[in-house]
Ligand binder design. Sequence first.
Ligand code: FES
Length: 124
Amino acid sequence: MHELTIQGVGTVEVEEGTRLVRAIEDSGVEIGHRCGGQSQCTTCRVEFEEGEPEVMTEVEYEKLTDIGQFGDMRLSCQIVVDRDMTVNPLMTVEDQGWDDAGPEPAIMVEPDAEWFPITTLEQK
Ligand code: FES
């Protein structure tokens, strides 16, 4: 188990390997996942205060570089909880005025995750 701290909300225990977007939602924060966890919508975006993984999926890298946010934030649908983490969810149902957060993300990271060390990825 790992501790997930959500800024302004509190700390919860999360099982190893849980998809971060699901862990945040399970904690009671209605974080966006408008594409259902497919690395398309970027509404699951978070800032890391502590515990940022040093690997990134190829699709997260492509999306973050597309929108010019590589190095500024992460997509929680592309991350699994494998350590203690402190995050700040940036788009929620409440602050965006959505009717709901979006389709439920699958248990496992989608699309098929290919992980790369961030140090090997470049700012485009
Ligand atoms: S990019 Fe859409 S849920 Fe993560």
